[in-house]
Ligand binder design. Structure first.
Ligand code: NAP
Length: 660
């Protein structure tokens, strides 16, 4: 892999962040301790690490290469290595670690290009050349390839250039970090009192990741000591807060500030933002460019059920959980069975006196027996003591998910089945059904209620380690699938006429995902209103980033950028942020005031994305979900591979824009 000079000096803050998360102490462990630690290790990543830090490529040759079978319902442990190969790998790893300890454990050297290539090739199964830039970026050994590599005053000295970032969640932090590296002036407006976005807002009991943690982290702020593979909300929030603090970006964040409107002045090529602070005071600020980083799952959706306001007990949405909510001994309703409900239910069941869950459609669940487990102690020790093991483990997790289960969502045109869209999708369905049957073998009534009547991956699939079934089987729990008729002052009336009385109703009913960028009012060229005149309920963007008629307005997490079953949202965000940095660089070097996406690439791109979504379970199935808008178009989802999005955003295409 191409070696780059350590960019830490050129990019300022990156050095702090890398050091913050990469401290290694001297290895001081007995042979037996090392042996025990290796028993707990993820072997493929460990072998690559040891080969790199010792230079011994015999650790990654021949039968030691993980075969990495395609992902089905479950992921093959240890990259699919056979038992014999695992035994051999462990023996070699122990010997290598002992040598490393005895010869001085502070790894200081920089690996050669050939050595890095060998380590990467050992882990991946595709063509290295095809994936090289993406993999170099994600591995980030001794360099930060997402760094802009330029500074504002070097390419456009003298002039003032100000960027507004709206939102200080994951994407806002990534945008701020890159702008800061380029020494571009920026202000972040954050409606909350803290950074973290959804990871600050969602504080319901049980909130945690449902994608593997190492890959769900920023490439420029890698952390080797995650306590779990699917960490809790507090851990992820603390990580984001540490990143923001280490980078020194908090001074640029205006907390408690919500952007109400943005208006573009075409003559001056300036955006004027109207911002409301926590006291309700309105101020205006002018910027050359705006980056929206508001997320798509940030405006809670309460269902349109008659009588909603008449309930006299406590109503709670999962995303605005009151810190003082005491559920002990309470009769509680949980409306919805999506990702949030799936985490809330098992976490509160031991506290409440009665729990009734109101389900419209059951979710498909991916069997994940270790979902709540801590990373094993030996593995944790290795991650904290073996230099770069955290990076290689993150890289390995990332690689496994590059394609992930995406092939299992493909539509086969000749496939005719009521609850699957293709052959591989049917395989996935059967795998999930086996898990369900096992969970509910003693309760056929629950098995029937928990069996989805739509294809897997048509809606977000959930992680399950059995706690949901255990909860449903408790005597004070009921899964109600009758359908809600209305809400009364004392509870919920179902369509069979029964009245269920409650002290508290929890709405785990999701978010207004398709009202992207609402409730902000955004006025572009010719007085065009983005929501009313351009999208009209059907949000679209070129690369999910720009919209014709709205110059210098850049989105992160925009339309059709959500990955469903492969990769992580953070990867997409970083692609978008780095593309935006390329666009700003182009503007500044060419002396343009603004760029505006042309209509033809926008239309072409969206037609291509729509065609892709129709070939996926979530686009083809007649199912409602937050992936789709009210017209039934999949307006949130990215239907292709991660490499496709990487290539599309890796270069700023000048010809796709007009210049002001
Ligand atoms: P969601 O996936 O949109 O689920 C909403 C649930 O509410 C669904 O079960 C839906 O049923 C139900 N519902 C909506 N209106 C209803 C009504 N009138 N009556 C009865 N049920 C109703 O929302 P979410 O669970 O908050 O999750 C949203 C997304 O946030 C997830 O897909 C995921 O991407 C993200 N998330 C991630 C994590 C994590 O990583 N840990 C955790 C939570 C959420 P239908 O299916 O029938 O529409």
């Amino acid at each position: 892999m191409t070696q780059q000079a350590d960019t830490s000096t050129a990019t300022g803050a990156s050095v702090d962040i890398m050091e913050q998360f990469s401290r290694y102490e001297k290895i001081d462990a007995s042979d037996e301790f090392i042996r025990q630690a290796v028993e707990d290790a993820d072997l493929p990543a460990l072998m690559a690490t040891l080969a790199m830090i010792t230079g011994d490529t015999s650790l990654i040759t021949g039968d030691l290469k993980p075969p990495t079978p395609p992902m089905l319902t479950a992921i093959a442990p240890q990259g699919g290595m056979s038992h014999e190969v695992q035994v051999k790998a462990k023996r070699l790893a122990v010997e290598a670690l002992k040598k490393f300890r005895d010869n001085g454990s502070q790894y200081k050297g920089k690996p050669s290009q050939t050595l890095l290539d060998a380590c990467v090739s050992y882990l991946i199964s595709g063509d290295l050349e095809e994936y090289r830039p993406l993999l170099e970026h994600e591995l980030g050994i001794a360099c930060d390839l997402g760094a802009p590599g330029w500074k504002k005053d070097e390419i456009a000295p003298g002039s003032r250039y100000r960027v507004a970032i709206i939102g200080a969640g994951v994407s806002g932090i990534a945008a701020a970090y890159r702008l800061q590296q380029a020494k571009v002036e920026f202000t972040v407006y954050e409606k909350n009192e803290e950074v973290g976005g959804v990871w600050w807002e969602n504080r319901y009991p049980g909130c945690r990741l449902d994608t593997p943690n190492f890959a769900y982290s920023l490439s420029f702020a890698q952390k080797p000591d995650w306590p779990q593979q699917f960490s809790r909300q507090t851990e992820i929030h603390s990580y984001l807060k540490t990143v923001a603090e280490s980078a020194g970006m908090r001074r640029n964040i205006q907390f408690g500030s919500e952007v109400d409107t943005m208006v573009f002045d075409e003559h001056r090529a300036i955006w004027t933002l109207t911002v409301r602070d926590r006291s309700g005071e309105i101020t205006s600020e002018e910027f050359n460019a705006v980056v929206t980083a508001v997320g798509i799952l940030n405006r809670p959706s309460l269902p349109d059920i008659p009588g909603l306001d008449s309930f006299k007990g406590k109503k709670v949405h999962s995303a605005s959980w009151p810190s003082n909510l005491d559920l002990s001994g309470k009769r509680v309703a949980l409306v919805g069975t999506g990702a949030s409900a799936f985490q809330i239910g098992p976490s509160i069941v031991g506290t409440v006196s009665q729990l009734k869950i109101f389900q419209r459609n059951p979710p498909w669940m991916l069997p994940t027996p270790t979902y709540h487990d801590d990373i094993k102690s030996g593995m944790q020790w290795l991650l904290n003591h073996v230099p770069y093991y955290g990076r290689w483990f993150r890289f390995w997790q990332f690689w496994i998910a590059v394609e992930g289960r995406l092939p299992l969502t493909e539509v086969d045109d000749d496939w005719d089945h009521p609850v699957s869209v293709g052959r591989k999708n049917e395989q996935l369905r059967q795998g999930c059904m086996e898990w369900l049957a096992q969970q509910y073998q003693d309760r056929p009534d629950l098995l029937q209620k928990m069996t989805p009547n739509y294809p897997p991956a048509a809606k977000r699939m959930l992680r399950d380690n059995g706690v949901w079934a255990a909860m449903l089987k408790k005597p004070h729990v009921e899964l109600n699938t009758t359908g809600i008729e209305r809400i009364t002052d004392t509870g919920i009336q179902t369509q069979d006429g029964a009245l269920h009385e409650f002290d508290v109703i929890i709405f785990a009913t999701g978010f207004k995902a398709s009202d992207f960028l609402s409730p902000m009012r955004i006025i572009g060229r010719n007085g065009q209103d983005l929501h009313r005149d351009c999208w009209a309920g059907d949000c679209r963007a070129y690369l999910g980033i720009t919209v014709p008629g709205f110059p210098n307005l850049f989105m992160t997490g925009g339309p059709n950028t959500a990955v469903v079953i492969n990769g992580s949202a953070i990867f997409s965000s970083e692609c978008q942020v780095e593309y935006i940095m390329r666009a700003i660089r182009h503007l500044l070097t060419q002396g343009h005031k603004a760029i505006d996406c042309k209509k033809s690439p926008y239309d072409r791109y969206n037609a291509w994305v729509d065609a892709g979504n129709l070939k996926r379970a979530w686009g083809a199935a007649r199912t409602t979900s937050w992936y789709k808008n009210s017209s039934g178009r999949a307006s949130q989802t990215w239907p292709y591979g991660l490499l496709d999005y990487w290539h599309l955003t890796a270069k700023f295409q000048e010809e796709d824009y007009e210049y002001l």
